[in-house]
Ligand binder design. Structure first.
Ligand code: URP
Ligand code: ZN
Ligand code: ZN
Ligand code: ZN
Length: 463
């Protein structure tokens, strides 16, 4: 299949120009002015006049079909990746979970089975290590050979995912040796556990106590600690879902000293705040995620961090649970509310709105944080994350004039609420290509389940 896109306004992390673009067998093969002579060679010619031509979004933090607290996130690899495509995202990295007492290979087989025959866009996996021992450390090396070049460890969730400092240190050392990147969930889980038990003992059971028992200092302390561990291990580190200004300060200080520290934040921390926990009738449960939403001042600092490159990535942490039958598990105890919120579909739109209407970012920086930097940090660039000759033709034709009103009825995520309900975003996804195949047009999904391919990722290289 050969496609010619004419009169595109191409925006990448570095460039902004008008050109035609020719796709052959899934790859961008020509970009140039007035490629009219290629019209006869094309199976389809698309006029992109008035539209932006952007790289497909790269979301490096999703949890599809993920077991958590006795239930499973409500989007699977079919519904979740289809929603991603509708929202202009063409690549995800999801988290496979090595369960205690089981090998990393078992985890990988389980997650391959979840994705196979279902994924609508290309996907990679990070591996969550619930245990660090001789066996899982050796497993890290085997996974890197298979293109799983990043791992997630936790300083939170004692008894489930939490690793000790010594364990995290060993995983960081190993990662440094084999060219992998460790992603850290940084919150002090031991302190949080005490605060949770104390709140419950006082009869504080409502959703807002989830936030009250996870203070910014718990995030800042753990962020400081994992940065120090990474320094001692001589390895890079990536902080996931950073939410607190005090944690950002830790990243900033380390980066200013030249340490290879990278960090992501998420749209929920940029666009929402902790007043949401006051929503009546258990409504605050919609926003129970870890870290929690913060007071509005934190977001101001996160925007500054994004503009100044102390934060490099905006990913979603898409981890949806329905209010009706999943969040409700914590109706009498906030600690039993499954943690997470949906966002795989809304990210690109919200960030474009922030760039253009809210004047928070340049258009190039918008592309960089939503596609280019995530692709670079996680070993997928330049196959993914940019528009260039030789790159996969993962493209979004984006209408800058239209608007998108987000809500549970306009989104395609399989969940019964939308944290961004009623948000009017400037711009609208018009058409989406994945490896040259038109998968979204006229508001319809045109791909097929299972067309998404597993991405064997390269080892870490500083961006
Ligand atoms: O609340 C969250 N973030 N749920 C997903 C799991 C994680 O820690 O990323
Ligand atoms: Zn996490
Ligand atoms: Zn401030
Ligand atoms: Zn997550």
């Amino acid at each position: 299949m050969k496609t010619l896109i004419r009169n595109g306004h191409i925006v990448t992390a570095t460039d902004d120009y008008h050109a035609d673009l020719f796709i052959d067998r899934g790859i961008i093969v020509y970009i140039g002015q007035d490629l009219q002579f290629l019209v006869p060679a094309a199976d389809e010619v698309i006029d992109a006049s008035g539209l932006l031509l952007l790289p497909g979004g790269v979301d490096v933090h999703t949890h599809l079909d993920m077991p958590f607290g006795g239930t499973t996130s409500s989007d699977d690899f079919f519904t979740g990746t289809r929603a991603a495509a509708f929202g202009g995202t063409t690549t995800i990295i999801d988290f496979a979970i090595q369960q205690r007492g089981h090998s990393v290979e078992e985890a990988l087989d389980t997650w391959w089975a979840k994705a196979e025959g279902k994924a609508n866009i290309d996907y990679g996996f990070h591996m969550i290590l619930s245990e660090v021992n001789g066996e899982t450390l050796a497993g890290m090396g085997r996974l890197v050979d298979q293109g799983i070049t990043s791992f997630k460890l936790f300083t939170a969730y004692p008894g489930v995912f939490m690793s000790s400092d010594g364990e995290i240190f060993q995983a960081l050392q190993k990662a440094g040796e084999i060219g992998a990147l460790v992603a850290m969930h940084a919150e002090n889980g031991s302190v949080i556990d005490v605060l949770v038990q104390q709140a419950l003992a006082h009869g504080h059971t409502e959703p807002k106590y989830h936030a009250i028992t996870r203070p910014p200092e718990a995030e800042a302390e753990a962020t400081h600690r994992v940065i120090a561990l990474a320094k001692m291990a001589h390895s890079p580190v990536y902080i996931v879902h950073l939410s607190a200004k005090e944690a950002l300060d830790e990243v900033t200080v380390a980066r200013d000293k030249g340490q290879a520290v990278f960090a992501e934040t998420c749209p929920q921390y940029l666009f929402l705040d902790d007043s949401r926990y006051e929503e009546p009738d258990f409504g605050g449960a919609k926003y129970v995620m870890s870290p929690p939403l913060r007071s509005p001042d934190h977001a101001t600092h996160l925007w500054r961090g994004l503009a100044g490159d102390d934060l490099q990535v905006v990913a979603t942490d898409h981890c949806p649970f329905c209010m009706q039958d999943q969040k409700i598990l914590g109706i009498n105890n906030f600690a039993k509310i499954p943690n997470g919120a949906p966002g795989i579909e809304t990210r690109v739109s919200l960030l474009y709105d922030a760039a253009i209407r809210l004047n928070r970012l340049s258009l190039n920086r918008f592309v960089e944080i939503m596609a280019t930097m995530p692709a670079k940090l996680f070993g997928m660039f330049p196959q993914k994350g940019t528009i260039a000759v030789g790159s996969d033709a993962d493209l979004v034709l984006f209408d800058p004039q239209a608007t998108t009103t987000w809500g549970v009825n306009t989104a395609h995520m399989q969940v019964d609420y939308n944290p961004f309900e009623g948000y009017n975003a400037q711009g609208k996804v018009h058409m989406v290509f994945s490896r040259g195949e038109k998968i979204i047009a006229n508001g319809q999904y045109l791909g097929r389940a299972g067309r998404g391919k597993f991405l064997k990722r390269k080892t870490f290289a500083a961006p």
